[in-house]
Design a protein around this ligand. Structure first.
Ligand code: WTA
Length: 651
């Protein structure tokens, strides 16, 4: 049985449902079921109504221009994302409301009201402008989870520059690749970042990346101080605090952007080695982010919102910055690890700030389960009223644990399916309307038209697995792949004409609930992070000892999937523990710690089809200890038996 059908059969037996309580329904922003029908009948009317929750300098004239595979939303409209996230609150009744409640890993804290956030963003915008940043320029940001990260993003947005945030866990090589592709003018980084008591050497990594791909200016935030031991390069490097100190205190005039102007790039893994720069627009993206805060997350002015994602990933972009701030929400942002210094850090934070909505990831919930319920039980979590998950399918056991031990059996859970490319949640319950089922993201949100189809693009109906597709354009969809529109067309619209292909398998049950089965392409989901097999493979074959490598994702209790690498070495190389360690280190250096293979299996040969394609499915079967399926297409069937024996030995 393959992974997918195994998952399918467990999931199909899940028939507990959790309807919203009358109390929750009564207070919900969206509590009239007819919204689904109305939005389906006239999605453009629905989205244009939602777009009016933003502040437009000039109203849009045209809701949608769809020339497949390119969509343009809210044409003629002018707006600024930073103005929507900051100024309109700061100059209004939310002036002294907390925008950002930040807690550093060592325990230091900072609270920025909307007015204070506005001042910081404006100082940073003035500073970037002085460095020569213009509308349309790219600004790369390689920062830990500190307030300067959203401030830098919003400052770029205020100028109309395009930000490209690179997750601080990425290596210098990954940073270099992203700087190069984006052709960034400026890099904003920090001397270092705190992580579980240790220091991530961000500036040192940046220096290394900049040897190959120079930028004009590097702005350095002081986070860890002296201990980082960094060197500043004359004429290139400047400290953030010194730069901002020279900025005027006058407000920075937000650049009026066309709705379709690019807001940001965010790189994500695909089936080839080179990460794709996903391009998001201003008006459409912000409309999607803002709408989902009100619909899926039922956000109110009184809420205290805690999203545990890192801003280096799309969840942090949409649900730590653009979604909550555009809605005028108080955002709790935490710098460090969930177990630093103790395993109840998140629960402490929730209790301390009275968090009302918690948005986190299944891999973390499984970790919390392992640590035991005594940790959440030791804290007053009674302010929580809604919980959310994202990143990978949540197994029903983890869902139930989250429901009972964090949600006290009363908070609705919104399991949200979406992607870097979709910009905001696509499949998720509206918590005041849709009864939830543990493990299912339920149904598409209003205005989103999905289906599950076969190879020919025909709907498979209920209870059959197939390709998940999105049939109509939506405001926050990616606009293209940066500098590579052909890749955009091929990857997302190459299989079915005019229909978006996310790359996930799914099935719809008899009640119309969607069950996501995971990726159908060569992308591995490790702890909710997308990692391309090709990226890890090319990191491995770059090592002089390696002849060939095949990388697969195997099921893992906590991470969802873990990386197993099958490697053949060059003649005369000894395959010992030292080499295993070396190869793992090579992957960490080239990509980042999240891509470190869990195990490396040395193989004399890799199983290949007669047309020389590596059969990853067989490797996955071996790694997950399954009876092997059809091996008749193998060029050399004996390879598999040898590998099985080797895998056992390695365990
Ligand atoms: C997976 C993260 C099941 C899926 C926002 C998707 C999920 C990929 C869920 C996108 C979920 C995300 N249930 N699977 N609720 N959420 N995924 O681009 O495979 O980092 O294609 O965006 O994560 O990952 P990305």
């Amino acid at each position: 049985m393959s992974v997918d059908s195994q998952k399918l059969s467990t999931l199909m037996h899940e028939n507990r449902t959790f309807p919203p309580s009358d109390e929750f329904r009564a207070q919900a922003n969206f509590n009239d079921e007819r919204i689904y029908e109305q939005a389906a009948q006239d999605p453009e009317a629905y989205w244009s109504e939602q777009a009016l929750h933003l502040s437009w300098f000039k109203p849009f004239e045209n809701v949608l221009k769809w020339t497949p595979p390119h969509a343009k939303w809210f044409l003629g409209g002018k707006l600024n994302a930073a103005y929507n996230c900051v100024d309109r609150h700061a100059f209004g009744p939310r002036k002294n409301k907390a925008a950002l409640i930040w807690e550093g890993e060592p325990g230091d804290t900072r609270v920025l009201t909307y007015d204070m956030l506005r001042r910081e963003v404006d100082k940073a915008a003035h500073a970037l402008k002085r460095l020569g940043v213009q509308k349309g320029d790219r600004v790369s940001i390689y920062l830990p989870m500190i307030p300067e990260l959203p401030i830098a993003m919003l400052a770029a947005a205020k100028i109309g520059a395009i930000h490209s945030v690179v997750f601080a866990g990425f290596s210098s090589q990954s940073l270099q690749q992203r700087l190069e592709d984006a052709k960034s003018k400026v890099l904003i980084t920090a001397d270092g970042g705190w992580r579980r008591g240790g220091i991530t050497p961000l500036k040192a990594n940046a220096d290394e990346a900049l040897v190959q791909t120079p930028v004009e200016k590097v702005v350095v935030v002081q986070r860890v101080g002296e201990v980082a031991g960094i060197t500043m390069q004359e004429n290139r490097d400047v400290y953030w605090h010194e730069l901002l100190a020279e900025s005027p205190t006058t407000p920075f005039e937000p650049e009026p952007m066309d709705s379709e102007d690019v807001l940001y790039l965010l790189y994500t893994s695909g089936t080839t080695g080179k990460p794709k720069g996903i391009v998001h627009s201003t008006g459409g993206y912000l409309t999607g982010a803002n709408t989902s805060m009100r619909s899926v997350f039922d956000i109110k002015d009184s809420d205290v919102w805690f999203c545990t994602a890192d801003i280096g990933w799309v969840t942090g972009h949409t649900y730590l910055v653009y979604g909550p701030l555009s809605a005028g929400t108080t955002v709790v942002m935490y710098e460090g690890g969930p177990d630093y210094p103790t395993r109840d850090r998140y629960w402490q934070i929730i209790e301390k700030y009275g968090v009302t909505v918690l948005y986190t990831a299944p891999t973390l919930i499984r970790t919390f389960m392992k640590w035991g319920e005594s940790h959440p039980a030791a804290h007053d979590l009674s302010t929580l009223r809604l919980l959310g998950t994202v990143g990978e399918p949540i197994n029903p056991e983890a869902w139930m644990w989250f429901h009972q031990h964090v949600g006290r059996g009363t908070c609705p859970i919104v399991d949200t399916w979406w992607q870097t490319e979709t910009g905001c949640a696509m499949i998720a319950p509206l918590p005041g309307i849709v009864p939830t089922k543990p493990g299912s993201a339920t149904r598409a949100v209003p205005g989103i038209d999905i289906d599950v189809v076969d190879e020919n693009g025909e709907s498979v109906g209920f209870e059959n697995g197939g390709y998940l597709v999105i049939k109509k354009p939506w405001p926050s969809m990616l606009r293209t792949v940066w500098q590579d529109d052909a890749r955009y067309r091929d990857t997302y619209f190459g299989k079915f004409e005019g229909v978006y292909l996310p790359g996930d398998g799914a099935h719809v049950d008899a009640d119309g609930y969607v069950w996501i089965l995971g990726r159908i392409d060569d992308v591995i989901n490790v702890s909710g992070h997308r990692i391309g097999t090709a990226e890890v493979e090319s990191a491995l074959v770059a090592h002089p000892a390696v002849a060939e490598a095949a990388v697969i994702g195997r099921a893992h209790d906590v991470k969802g999937q873990a990386i197993t690498a099958f490697v053949t070495v060059r003649d005369g190389i000894t395959t010992d523990e030292q080499l295993v360690a070396d190869l793992k280190r090579t992957v960490v250096e080239q990509i980042g710690a999240m891509a470190r293979p869990e195990e490396i299996i040395f193989a004399a040969e890799l199983p290949k089809t007669r047309s020389a394609k590596i059969m990853r499915r067989l490797l996955r079967d071996i790694a997950e200890g399954r009876v092997l399926g059809d091996t008749t297409t193998l060029a050399d069937p004996s390879v598999v038996d040898t590998l099985k024996a080797q895998y056992k030995d390695a365990e």
